[in-house]
Design a protein around this ligand. Sequence first.
Ligand code: ZN
Length: 242
Amino acid sequence: MRALVISDIHANLTALETVLEDAGEVDATWCLGDLVGYGPDPNECVALVQTLPNLVCLLGNHDAAAIGQLNIDTFNPEARYSIEWQQEVLEPDHQAYLQSLPTSYINEQATLVHGSPRSPVFEYLLDNQLATENFPHFSTPYCFFGHTHLPSQFYLSPDQILAKLIIPKPNTEFNLLSRTIINPGSVGQPRDRDPRASYAIFDSENKTWAYRRIRYDIAAVQARMASVNLPERHIQRLEIGW
Ligand code: ZN
């Protein structure tokens, strides 16, 4: 079974469409949350994700904010403006879809979360200490997560005390030999200084992880963001991949 693993689409329809075309046919799609937030196309992204084959889709922190489940008083003014805009434009049936999303999903091989196994919506798994602390919080061979927008892989074999962090090379296939916590990167707002959309394909029989980056039309997304007055900083960061 080949599963397309995507995360942090962030209302960027052009990036999502480009990824789906590049990925080709898959048996299932696992979306790790943050369908909305930052970008100009929240309704279009929620609608398109729902059409994907054998979909598992999780709730991210931006999805929670967009449906009023988070207090955004402490957010900076730009982030708050962007969230309030999403709340305003999201159609009722798309809000209802986000309301329905689970915060984690477990099958025989993988535990899926947005943040981390011990805090599925909010924790940022940024280093090997945090990853090590999270290994006891899931029992499947693999855990797939998003939220940091950084493609990363944490490996822990039985003889290790501290998980090993690998920043993968784009467009490379990996054999998943030991227990692993993996982030496919962000479709719609990469933050590793590589502006290309990021995703992965997990092959459950061969136990492989194909990590891919693909160029998309960033200028078109920036133009749509400008046309609805989304914050300038959010528009600029797309082309830097930050
Ligand atoms: Zn995100």
